[in-house]
Ligand binder design. Structure first.
Ligand code: GLU
Length: 316
């Protein structure tokens, strides 16, 4: 399943930057992109840039343009793209239809309130869909459709999906009990992130996915969709999240982590990359450093021991 071995990868890795254009970049996005670039470029691989503007309400084309310029100035180069999710509706529709044809998709009429009433998730825990609409009769579907537009879920098997993450090591999830049937199309017709990301990664030849630790729990869902759609599985590296304080990921309110502020303090793109790399523990001193300088001495085989805390890195 995994294309890497102790020395590196057996296939030429194709990685990606997949920013959501909902704001200016901050240290967390920069760190994840830097890690993707280092992992792929240290193996002579290629990077594609994909703008994840699936969520039309929150995405802005001005942010997308800014993100491209920011990657460029930070020396985080890409080889293909940018590709935009807003151009990909037909591909998502085709994949969706294939899943419908295979009989695993069903309409779900539950509201958020229904779901929260059905189970009380603990903070940070994944909400497991309890299967309320899993076995509705055709008549029930018809009746409910009169009042509400459904979302569409895929029926997941009772099966453990396991991966050997380059940073996190082995991770396993039993899909039915730890996730439950999940949404691939929202009630407003938009395709869900889980479906879009799998379709895009396959179409764009991505085989090495490097991203924040918060998405590790989604990976088994994506592996399931890859399997259903006949796509190849990928290598994964889920890197620690940059946090403002314990358990709180960086966001726009952390002004000191925003790229414009970082540029004001550290003066140059190299100053910013150097500081991010220093905070992450990639280098020992807080000095300007180009992304390409970090390639020297970067060893993908040691990824599982670079970070003392694999889950969080406290931003400073
Ligand atoms: N677009 C997502 C984000 O910016 C990343 C999704 C992914 O890497 O799969 O958080």
């Amino acid at each position: 399943m995994n294309a890497h071995n102790e020395k590196g990868f057996t296939k030429r890795p194709v990685g990606r930057f997949a920013p959501s254009p909902t704001g200016r970049m901050h240290a967390g996005n920069i760190f994840a992109a830097l890690m993707s670039w280092l992992i792929v470029k240290s193996q002579d691989g290629a990077i594609i840039l994909r703008i994840e503007d699936l969520d039309v309400e929150r995405s802005r084309s001005s942010y997308a343009d800014q993100v491209c310029r920011d990657f460029e100035s930070l020396g985080l180069t890409w080889d293909e793209g940018p590709f935009y999710q807003h151009d990909r509706d037909e591909a998502y529709q085709n994949a969706y239809q294939r899943l419908v044809d295979s009989g695993i998709v069903y309409p779900c009429f539950c509201t958020r309130a229904d779901l929260h009433a059905a189970s009380a998730p603990h903070r940070g825990e994944k909400l497991v869909y309890p299967g309320i609409c899993r076995n509705l009769t055709a008549q029930e579907v018809e009746e409910r459709s009169a009042n509400r537009k459904p979302a569409y879920r895929v029926r997941v098997p009772h099966r453990v999906y396991e991966l050997d993450d380059l940073v996190q090591g082995k991770y396993a999830q039993e899909l039915e009990s730890e996730c439950g049937d999940f949404i691939i199309r929202r009630s407003d017709g938009l395709f869900a992130y889980q479906l879009a990301v799998v379709v895009d990664d396959a179409a764009q030849g991505v085989n090495c996915i490097v991203r924040g630790m918060d998405l590790l729990v989604s990976t088994p869902q994506q592996m399931f969709l890859q399997e259903q759609l006949g796509f190849e599985q990928c290598d994964y590296a889920h890197v620690p999240l940059m946090v403002g304080e314990r358990d709180r990921r960086l966001s726009k309110r952390d002004r000191d982590a925003a790229l414009d502020e970082l540029l004001a303090v550290y003066k140059t793109p190299e100053g910013v990359i150097g500081h991010v790399a220093f905070v992450a523990g990639l280098i020992d001193s807080d000095e300007p450093c180009a992304a390409s300088d970090l390639l020297e001495g970067f060893d993908v085989a040691k990824l599982d021991s670079i970070f003392p805390d694999k889950v969080q890195i406290l931003w400073r």
